[in-house]
Write a protein that binds this ligand. Structure first.
Ligand SMILES: Cc1ncc(COP(=O)(O)O)c(C=O)c1O
Length: 394
């Protein structure tokens, strides 16, 4: 049977990571792969995660099955973290998932069951996996304009114009914060306008929130989502703990379906359980149990929030420093957008040739579309990166 298979294309980001590993140059700099890095270049485990894991090791008495929904106390704590009380809890069906990717997949599969003809609207550009997951779930996709290559901010007018065509049964996928790959984010005004459009046109927003706390703060990064959740009848939310709890490989996330009524939420929950059963049966426990302990223990939570604040502060400082260095090198405010953007990424606007030259001549690795992982920068190498950008003609 396998003779029918053709090799599928390698994920370009994972392929770049392999090229980086094999690069023998000591001063190479990885600004490609999307994991947070500290000043030493590591991706540490937060103190609160370490402490919660130690407590878990001590206290956990069984590893017997938890059930199809996973750890319901984890999902409740996550609902609180994400929705902050917006959107009545009784109308939200929640399920623990393997990461944000697992949440996206199960929500797309739920949408396919509920509205087989649904079209998923995706920002141009977006995280490539969005389209891949939607299509794998059997849904159609369409693009809406989002990023203005001139201003390097959101082109809100073009976005609204394209989304006028989204109708009942369609899904509009939005990034809750820290847009990947652009770094350009919706303002509260944009969230307000999109909320009104969802109400008037009847589409269902799906919010992917994979970087809560990496932009301006835990509440600030969810403010748009919360505004929407308090007003729309239906909404889907995929949340990831991979970045803000640094639990990447432990596959921790949650999916939420905000429904028009408690009855519909019960039906959505039952369908999410069935989808879990037929796909992976049950979600993995360790990361979710760790997050539940952190979110429900005031001391652990305070420590996690403080460390997350340090990570966020580091990225904001690196953004400011690089924008400043580029202003000096180019004698222009062209790169000020780097300081305006939020989260781990900025699409810096290098051509594919310039991306190649940065890698080959300067050992600086960006993704091919010129996505830069700000967290990969090092405080003492900002000048060097700015020089390299200038040297390749950016
Ligand atoms: C926009 C976006 N959504 C979702 C995810 C899912 O992350 P994970 O499945 O590792 O939690 C990522 C990870 O890179 C992402 O960038």
């Amino acid at each position: 049977m396998f003779s029918t298979l053709r090799p599928s294309p390698a994920d370009p980001i994972l392929a770049l990571a392999a090229t980086f590993r094999e690069d023998p140059r000591a001063r190479k700099l990885d600004l490609g792969v999307g994991v947070y890095r500290d000043a030493a270049g590591g991706t540490p485990i937060p103190r609160a995660v370490k402490r919660a894991e130690a407590m878990l090791l001590e206290r956990q008495e069984t590893k017997s099955y938890l059930g199809l929904l996973g750890d319901v106390a984890f999902s409740a704590a996550m609902a609180d973290l994400v929705f902050g009380g917006a959107g009545p809890a009784a109308r939200i069906a929640s399920i623990q998932t393997p990461g944000g990717g697992g949440a996206l997949w199960i929500l797309m599969a739920l949408a396919k069951k509920a509205a087989p003809e649904a079209t998923v609207w995706l920002s141009t550009p977006t995280w490539p996996n969005h389209g891949a997951i939607a299509e794998f779930a059997g849904l159609k996709t369409r693009a809406y304009r989002y990023f203005d290559p001139e201003t390097r901010d959101v082109d809100a007018a073009a976005m609204r114009d394209d989304l006028k065509e989204a109708g009942p049964g369609d899904i509009v996928l939005l990034h809750g914060c820290c847009h990947n790959p652009t770094g350009a984010n919706l303002t509260m005004e944009d969230w307000g306008a999109l909320t009104e459009m969802a109400l008037a046109q009847g589409f269902t927003p799906m919010v992917d929130i994979a970087y809560q706390g990496f932009g301006d703060g835990l509440a600030e990064d969810a403010a748009g989502l919360r505004h929407m959740a308090a007003r729309v009848p239906e909404m889907l939310v995929a949340a990831s703990c991979s970045k803000n709890f640094a639990l990447y490989r432990d596959r921790t996330g949650a999916a939420f379906a905000l429904c028009a009524s408690e009855g519909e939420a019960a039906a959505a929950r039952a369908n999410l359980m069935t989808l879990m059963r037929v796909s992976i049966s049950m979600p993995p426990d360790h990361g979710a149990a760790t997050v539940r302990m952190i979110l429900t223990d005031p001391a652990l939570r305070a420590d996690w929030e403080a460390e997350l604040g340090d990570m966020r502060g580091r990225m904001l400082a690196l953004r400011a420093a690089l924008a400043e260095a580029l202003r000096a090198r180019t004698n222009s405010p062209r790169f000020d957008f780097i300081a305006r953007h939020r989260g781990m990424f900025s699409l810096v606007g290098a051509t594919p040739e310039q991306v190649t030259r940065l890698r080959e001549e300067h050992g600086i690795y960006l993704i091919g579309d010129s996505r830069m992982n700000v967290a990969g920068l090092k405080e003492d190498r900002i000048g060097e990166v700015a020089d390299a950008f200038a040297a390749v003609g950016m």
